[in-house]
Design a protein around this ligand. Structure first.
Ligand code: T3D
Length: 265
């Protein structure tokens, strides 16, 4: 996988790949290059068995400030007709690739995560926030609806009432509050943020990767299914999980009273 990107830092350490959005002077706002590069990496990682956990984060003092509003304004001013729904399909490709990723994806959020950047974090499987994190569904401030899957992820994570409140009032939600309402899995002091993220990423990277992919499929499908359908899927996925080397290793390790050494296979 190439790592020489204009606006991303991409670093593999063992089985963990960290993707850092790197436009700190714009608080890592998404422009076309960031979006294209991020999509390229995410799609490539899905095919790379040497990577067993992905971390997405931002350089400098922010996770990301959403769509770059300067390029937005430029396009409107030049009469370069912008059909937003067409532009959004590029974001949708990224969101779908994150959800379909057959390994865990963590969003590590420090500082502000606004607009589409916030919703990219919500598309990830797990979220770690620093206590300086600020989650902002900024869209209504500029007369837009939440996009990048925000309208889907928000009510599923925090419930209808909070989703509407965050979307309509467009007020910042702090890291500790985000943890309280279930928007993030964990909020930690900024000084512990990097170490906590690393510990989680390496723990997941040592886990039963194929089973994690099946767990994602089960949980993500279940929220839009009835019980019967989910139970049927559960059986199909458990058949697959049963066939993995990691299942055999987990049972053997238990019986031998030792820690399991998962291979991800
Ligand atoms: O088709 C489509 O693409 C539609 C999709 C839309 C998706 C969206 O994401 S819509 C929402 C877009 N984002 C926003 O509306 C947020 C705009 N930014 C802000 O409200 C604030 O900057 C923040 C709350 C994010 C952070 O505030 P603060 O006080 O911590 O920082 P700041 O001073 O406002 O920003 C620092 C710099 O970053 C500043 O530049 P300067 O003055 O130092 O040269 C600021 O202009 C720049 N910046 C921040 N956000 C953006 C940005 N530049 C371009 N685009 C941004 N989104």
């Amino acid at each position: 996988m190439r790592t020489d990107f204009q606006h991303l830092l991409v670093e593999q350490d063992g089985a963990v790949l960290t993707i850092t959005m790197n436009r700190p002077e714009k608080l890592n706002a998404f422009n076309d290059v960031v979006l294209q590069e991020m999509t390229e990496v995410v799609e490539a990682v899905a095919q790379d068995d040497t990577i067993r956990c992905v971390v997405i984060t931002g350089a400098g003092r922010a996770f990301g400030s959403g769509q770059d509003l300067t390029s937005f304004a430029q396009r409107s001013n030049t009469g370069d007709a912008l059909k937003v729904s067409e532009h959004l399909t590029k974001y949708h490709r990224l969101v779908l690739a994150l959800r379909a990723m057959p390994k865990p994806v963590i969003a590590a959020v420090q500082g502000v995560a606004a607009g589409i950047s916030c919703n990219i974090a919500l598309a990830c499987d797990l979220r770690i926030a620093a206590d300086n994190a600020r989650f902002l569904e900024a869209f209504a401030r500029i007369g837009l609806v939440p996009d990048g899957g925000g309208g889907f992820f928000l009510p599923r994570l925090v419930g209808m009432g909070k989703a509407l409140e965050m979307s309509m009032l467009a007020e910042e939600v702090s890291g500790p509050e985000a943890e309280r309402i279930g928007l993030v899995n964990k909020c930690v002091p900024l000084a512990e943020f990097e170490a906590t993220t690393k510990a989680l990423a390496y723990r997941l990277a040592r886990g039963p990767t194929r089973t994690y992919a099946l767990i994602k499929q089960l949980i993500y499908t279940s929220v839009d299914s009835d019980l019967e359908t989910t139970l049927k899927l559960e059986g199909e996925l458990q058949d697959e999980a049963f066939e993995t080397a990691d299942h055999r290793e987990g049972v053997t390790a238990f019986l031998e009273k030792r820690a399991a050494q998962f291979s991800g296979k």
